[in-house]
Write a protein that binds this ligand. Structure first.
Ligand code: AMP
Ligand code: GLY
Length: 444
């Protein structure tokens, strides 16, 4: 029997474990993370509590169970090189090495890579390793202040300042830039792109790129795209495994950018990229552009994608590691629309309630079109306790986004407690707003 170790214990990892558990090989699954996820617990043989950012801890656990394969969920273990350390003890990983994972961990690495290999997908940008106020002001003025400032490292979704949303005056970006330079050695300034964003997550082996359905995330905490940025409040995809505002050629453009970037990274660092390349793209009046790459599945995107994956996920991971993804041909997904909404503790993300229980209706049942994925939640004395971040991801599927949304909303009725979520995700009104916005952007 195959042994698989999954690193991480959030909603994304619940979806990963669930997809692996559905594989016909029926693998024995182990989990390593900072706590016990009640959804993961039901599906695995053993959970080891530990710090996934500490390579030595992960290696020690891997040595004790001798997995055939390790699947890494979050970005932090990738950025510190857990894959490299596991490789040293001959353990195969579905996830990029530290050098390849710079695609996510360093914004300047990715922008410079695209520039060096003539991949035409970046906005105007400039990298600063000192607080050169004069040059920064020139960049700011060149784009009439419509810029984005990015810390050059991982700071849990708080590393980006967008003109209009987070600042208006030049002076406001200096303090953030100075902190980024101090912490990471650099800061990146970018032209602010206008358009509609989408995520195209691809599974790659260094040679072949297989795409998942295109998804749209909703980053703002509150209804109507207001409030602070979050890790993502929910995602949608349509019954064609795409999005209502995307054209076939947008997806082709995004796919091509990922193919070129995968090839460029091997030339640059001398290692093949194995694992997930998650492109955050935006359709603009100048075509599809890259906002950023992540080196892992998105959360919540994974909650839309993995439950409708019909291909054998364990086989896909194995083939990616052995460089044989080409044999898979394409990833198969159910042709259904998906709507995921995260139930979050009141006060999230700024001051979430914590360590309080929530309730689930006794007769609650998952169905063909409804799934529940646990995230920042613990089971204590037979109660589900909020742990301060996005708590429960609810997936509804259906023949249209409308139907998927209805199924999602019905399932949400089973949950009560100090929770909130974005009711507008997946509604006709919000989708029409996106379509109208893009039309306006493209003709402008
Ligand atoms: P994060 O996922 O925390 O890195 O936040 C990235 C978010 O910042 C994206 O989802 C975009 O909404 C926004 N963003 C980043 N770069 C740009 C850009 N060049 N133009 C417009 N928006 C951007
Ligand atoms: N949903 C956004 C992310 O996973 O980065």
């Amino acid at each position: 029997m195959k042994k698989v170790l999954v690193i991480g214990n959030g909603g994304r990892e619940h979806a990963l474990v669930d997809a692996l558990a559905r594989s016909p090989q029926n693998p024995e699954i182990y989990n390593f993370g900072s706590g016990i996820n009640p959804g993961i617990k039901k599906l695995v043989k053993e959970i080891k509590i530990g710090n996934a950012k500490n390579s030595a801890e992960v290696v020690t656990f891997a040595q004790s169970i001798k997995p055939d394969l390790v699947v890494i969920g979050p970005e932090d273990p990738l950025s510190v090189g857990v894959v490299d350390e596991l490789k040293k003890i001959s353990v195969s990983c579905f996830g990029p090495t530290k050098k390849c994972a710079q695609l996510e961990s360093s914004k300047s690495f990715t922008r410079n890579l695209l520039q060096k290999y003539n991949i035409d997908a970046s906005p105007g940008f400039a990298v600063f390793d000192t607080l050169n106020e004069k040059a920064m002001k020139i960049f700011f003025d060149k784009f009439q202040g419509q810029i984005v400032v990015k810390a050059d490292g991982l700071i849990g979704g708080k590393g980006v300042l967008v003109a209009g949303d987070h600042f208006t005056e030049f002076s406001e970006i200096l303090e953030f830039s100075s902190r980024s330079i101090e912490k990471f050695g650099r800061v990146v300034l970018e032209e602010k792109l206008i358009g509609e964003e989408f995520s195209l997550i691809s599974l790659v082996d260094g040679e072949t790129v297989l795409d998942c359905p295109a998804i749209q995330d909703h980053k703002r905490a509150f209804v109507g795209d207001t409030g602070p940025n979050t890790g993502g409040m929910g995602c949608i995809s349509d019954e064609y495994n795409s999005l209502p505002f995307l054209r076939e050629e947008d997806l082709k453009e995004a796919h091509e950018i990922t193919v070129q970037t995968m090839q460029a990274i091997e030339k640059e660092v001398g290692e093949k990229y194995v694992g997930v390349m998650y492109g955050g793209f935006i359709v603009t009046s100048r075509g599809v552009k890259l906002i950023e790459y992540n080196a892992r599945f998105g959360d919540p995107e994974a909650l839309n994608i993995l439950p409708i994956l019909e291909s054998n996920f364990l086989d896909v991971c194995d083939k990616a590691i052995s460089g044989n993804l080409k044999e898979i041909g394409r990833l198969e997904f159910k042709k259904v629309a998906t709507v995921v909404k995260y139930l979050c503790p009141e006060g999230y993300p700024t001051s979430p309630v914590k360590d309080v229980p929530i309730k689930i209706a006794k007769d609650f049942k998952e169905t063909e079109n409804q799934k529940v994925l646990f995230a920042s939640i613990a089971e204590e004395n037979n109660e589900l306790i909020l742990k301060g971040s996005r708590a429960v991801g609810i997936l509804g599927t259906g023949n249209s986004i409308e139907e998927a949304n209805l199924n999602c909303e019905k399932m949400i009725q089973n949950f009560s407690g100090p929770l909130f979520y974005r009711k507008d995700i997946g509604t006709k009104e919000l989708i029409q707003k996106r379509i109208d916005h893009l039309k306006k952007v493209i003709v402008s």
